[in-house]
Design a protein around this ligand. Structure first.
Ligand code: NAD
Ligand code: UDP
Length: 380
């Protein structure tokens, strides 16, 4: 990379920058004094997620599909490869494009890392373990994945991306970092992407039935977004010999029935539960073994689910209040719904709050958020 970079200041590429995780990562890197170039094709990402960063001198957002090669004359010190739809309804919408994003996208970013002399981090996933037979899942577990089912475009795409990362490391000595992310939640999740935390919260807020797929006994472990981003940063800072893969997730495990109960109680919602068929190949249990992350990164998640849910509920409450055209009422709603004191000024300056406010008016399609939530959802 360029020699002119100040000590500690790096030029960093984030793919999937306008997505849920990407937007938080860009914000964290900019706050640490780095120059960030974000690229996104806006398939699931939203400009409003990074609206508060657009005028920042250290941030640049470019529209680009990583399935195509990306060129940049200046080069990068680090690349975080996050671009890929993450929710089942989105990655199954165009499965061939999902595979291309995982595989061609990885090749393009790995080639860019080689020519830039950058280290590169891959956002892999707990889905590489499929429907696991070992519980909790350690990194050495090789998984139980269907190569022909509806989740395969994502699961196998991510597995192939991991193999490419390790081949570039072995063949070309490229410094790689692979993190396997377990279910993560927080402000700026897309309310319409069908993931369980956003679905339950939005349905509970608008009073619709909470949709439980199957009997609700399947488990997941939920990591708050700030904890996860901290894990990314720590992983990128490790020495070149530390490749991972390393699990990043919160090892506290909940059934979907328990999650529904937590959400409805936190909101004080009168929503009932509706049981719908379990999507095909839906994993029955998932919980990370984070022994390696603790030892290698000194990392473990700090945010308890109850508190993380309160922040996430506050975010969705403000989003819904915007859609309903209320403003002053939203702060009271948010305070009531999140069960914590909300300082209006502080809340207004929270990135997610500001972003949701500024962007909703420029995205008329989202004006029907509340009514769309009354309609049946695709279950994957
Ligand atoms: P997201 O859908 O909010 O963000 C993904 C971003 O990538 C979006 O902005 C989307 O527009 C962009 N994108 C998709 N295809 C692209 C392409 N071909 N070119 C350029 N941009 C493209 O999802 P997220 O939750 O922020 O997930 C980010 C990454 O983390 C993904 O790679 C996902 O597989 C991984 N991950 C997330 C979770 C989670 O719980 N959030 C769990 C495991 C893994
Ligand atoms: N789920 C559910 N109701 C919903 C959305 C999801 O019961 O409205 C279930 C889903 O079947 C899965 C779990 O919640 O068992 C987590 O789903 P999500 O799509 O969030 O993530 P993933 O399946 O990729 O872990």
């Amino acid at each position: 990379m360029q020699d002119s970079a100040k000590v500690g200041e790096k030029r960093i590429l984030v793919t999937g920058a306008a997505g849920f995780l990407g937007s938080h990562l860009c914000e964290r890197l900019i706050n640490e004094g780095h120059k960030v170039v974000g690229i996104d094709n806006f398939f699931t990402g939203k400009k409003r997620n990074v609206a508060h960063l657009l005028s920042h001198p250290c941030f640049e957002l470019r529209e680009h599909d990583i399935v195509k090669p990306f060129t940049d004359e200046t080069g990068f010190d680090e690349i975080y490869n996050l671009a890929c739809p993450a929710s089942p309804i989105h990655y199954q919408y165009d499965p061939v494009q999902t595979t291309k994003t995982c595989v061609h996208g990885a090749i393009n970013m790995l080639d860019l890392a080689r020519t830039s002399g950058a280290r590169i981090l891959q956002a892999s996933t707990s889905e590489v373990y499929g429907d696991p037979e070992i519980h909790p899942q350690p990194e050495h577990y090789r998984g139980n994945v269907s190569s022909i089912g509806p989740r395969a475009c994502y699961d196998e795409g991510k597995r192939c991306a991991e193999s490419l990362f390790f081949d570039y490391h072995r063949e070309y000595g490229l410094p790689i970092k692979v993190v396997r992310i377990f279910n993560t939640y927080g402000p700026r999740m897309d309310p319409l992407d069908g993931r369980v935390v956003s679905n339950f919260i939005v349905k509970a807020l608008v009073g619709d039935d909470i949709t439980i797929y199957g009997d609700g006994s399947q488990t997941r472990s939920f990591c708050f977004v700030d904890d996860l981003i901290d894990g990314f940063i720590r992983m990128m800072a490790t020495g070149d010999d530390q490749t991972g893969p390393v699990n990043l997730g919160n090892p506290e495990e909940f059934t979907m029935l328990e999650l529904a109960d937590l959400v409805t109680k936190a909101i004080g919602s009168r929503s009932k539960t509706a049981f719908l068929p379990l999507p095909k190949d839906d994993p029955t249990r998932r919980r990370p073994d984070i022994t390696l992350a603790k030892a290698m990164l000194g990392w473990s998640p700090m945010m308890p689910l109850r508190l993380g849910l309160a922040e996430t509920i506050a975010y969705f409450a403000s989003l819904l209040a915007d859609e309903r055209g209320t403003t002053s009422a939203s702060d009271a709603d948010v305070a009531r719904l999140s069960g914590r004191r909300v300082d209006t000024e502080v809340q207004r300056h929270k990135p997610g709050f500001a972003a949701s406010k500024s962007a909703s008016s420029s995205e008329p399609s989202r004006a029907t958020l509340v009514s769309r939530y009354a309609k049946p959802q695709m279950t994957g």
